[in-house]
Design a binder for this molecule. Structure first.
Ligand code: GAR
Length: 204
């Protein structure tokens, strides 16, 4: 039986290197069964939007600054629906989602975070890890629930923290893993061959 192509909606606020990695994985056939339907940003001059335009992908901007969260998110969810999005991928989207947004796409919103959750949620996760003295760091792809950096973990990748590291070098090393991890995690979710048991994401 052929499964319908899963339509991804990418949300980003910045340079969009994770989005670029997802787009590359699809173009190179490493990530199959899905396509990018739309790229949405809450920041008008986000670098990731330029890349989306270069790739010929539909883009949309809903500036969030100064706006009521629920109203802003209602615009974003309407846009996602209008583009037939099945799976929302937060790729450096630096904004909390309203409970209504999360409820609109139950277990259909993914996020990538540059730490081994539940350690170091929130901003500057790489700097937090370094300052804390952690010896390993990494990234986490997880389902988004109503709490910050909290939902069911789909996969994690680990990098060592070197004595010579500063926040920049550590972030770069984690980022390289993020670019592998996100496409891999999307592939697992798109395949549908998994179950969520409590907080555990396990192969079905
Ligand atoms: C990435 O490191 C991502 O993990 C992080 O923002 C960066 C975006 O980079 N996200 C968070 O910290 C979310 N809590 P990118 O724009 O190049 O993909």
């Amino acid at each position: 039986m052929s499964r319908r192509t899963t339509r991804l909606g990418i949300l980003l606020s910045g340079r969009g290197s994770n989005f670029a990695a997802i787009a590359r994985a699809i173009a190179e056939g490493r990530l199959t069964g899905c396509e990018i339907a739309v790229v949405i940003s809450n920041v008008a001059d986000a670098g990731g939007l330029d890349l989306a335009r270069q790739l010929g992908l539909p883009t949309a901007v809903f500036v969030s600054k100064g706006r009521n969260r629920a109203e802003h998110d209602a615009d974003v969810t309407a846009c996602l629906r209008a583009h037939g999005v099945d799976l929302v991928c937060l790729a450096g989207y630096m904004r909390l989602l309203s409970p209504e947004f999360v409820a609109a796409f139950p277990e259909r919103i993914l996020n990538i975070h540059p730490s081994l959750l539940p350690a170091f949620p929130g901003l500057d996760a790489q700097g937090q890890a370094l300052e804390y003295g952690a010896k390993v760091a990494g990234c986490t792809v997880h389902f988004v629930d109503e709490h910050l950096d909290h939902g069911v973990i789909i996969l994690q990748k680990v990098v060592p923290v070197l004595d010579s590291d500063n926040a920049h070098t550590l972030a770069e090393r984690i980022l390289a893993e993020e670019h592998q991890a996100y496409a891999e995690a999307i592939g697992r979710v798109v395949s549908g061959r998994y179950r969520v048991v409590g907080r555990r994401f396990v192969a079905a």
